[in-house]
Write a protein that binds this ligand. Structure first.
Ligand code: PEP
Length: 249
């Protein structure tokens, strides 16, 4: 971990029922979480209200997506204004499932990030390469191109956390080694230094996501450019998520 405050997000994706979420919230409320860590969970939209009214205020709430501009005639979408209205502080954008399953592109994601930031939401800005891109030696090219799309669109980096999530590691049980993750995190920081500013490079938290669990988090957290985690599967288990939050100590 670096010098910034450790940041751990739980991405619940399209999982859960009222009942399972009540149990997860209760486990999170009972977990002993280190003070010096920012902790955020991202429930499915339809359960945000339930979570907001029952979860400890120690943990902030994120959405998993938001519409690209002000709400209106956009059937099926959820606006940034609505997210703020129900108490969300963050939104996850550019997740690999939205890029590769839904088909969102770099420019659309950049615009979403800019709009969410302009309205005061924090953005967990995801990037990451596919397996074939890694195998073709294109990891840095892909990550830098995705980063550039954010950089070209956003007015400021103050409320952005970058999540490096190699697609081959998401939901596969195949975690990046601490060395593989550190190598890309350091390259991202260097890119920010050269293309944005030294200040943004040193202040922006770069978190890792991809099959993080209670057993592999401590080794990853030791790496100097890994400033936290974005956790999918293991965030559905309250006690294990607590272990990941506390992995920095
Ligand atoms: C994610 O969806 O952001 C993620 C990292 O998932 P998992 O931890 O399940 O690989």
């Amino acid at each position: 971990a670096g010098s910034g405050k450790f940041f751990v997000g739980g991405n619940w994706k399209c999982n859960g029922t009222k009942e399972s979420i009540a149990k997860l919230v209760s486990d999170l409320n009972n977990a002993k979480l280190e003070d010096d860590v920012d902790v955020v969970v991202a429930p499915p939209f339809v359960y945000i209200e339930q979570v907001k009214s029952s979860l400890t205020s120690r943990i902030e709430i994120s959405a998993q997506n938001s519409w690209v501009s002000k709400g209106g005639a956009f059937t099926g979408e959820i606006s940034v204004e609505q997210l703020k209205d129900i108490g969300c502080k963050w939104v996850i954008l550019g997740h690999s499932e939205r890029r590769h399953v839904i088909g969102e592109d770099d420019q659309f994601i950049g615009k979403k990030a800019a709009y969410a930031l302009s309205e005061g939401l924090g953005v967990i800005a995801c990037i990451g390469e596919l397996l074939e891109e890694r195998e073709a030696g294109k990891t840095f090219d892909v990550c830098f191109q995705q980063l550039k799309a954010y950089a070209d669109a956003v007015p400021s980096w103050d409320s952005i956390v970058i999540a490096y999530e190699p697609v081959w590691a998401i939901g596969t049980g195949k975690v990046a080694t601490p060395e593989q993750a550190q190598e890309v995190h350091a390259a991202i920081r260097d890119w920010l230094k050269k293309n944005v500013s030294s200040e943004v490079a040193s202040k922006t938290r770069i978190i890792y996501g991809g099959s993080v669990n209670g057993s592999n988090c401590a080794e990853l957290a030791k790496k100097e450019d890994i400033d936290g985690f974005l956790v999918g599967g293991a965030s559905l288990k309250g006690p294990e998520f607590g272990t990941i939050v506390n992995s920095v100590t």
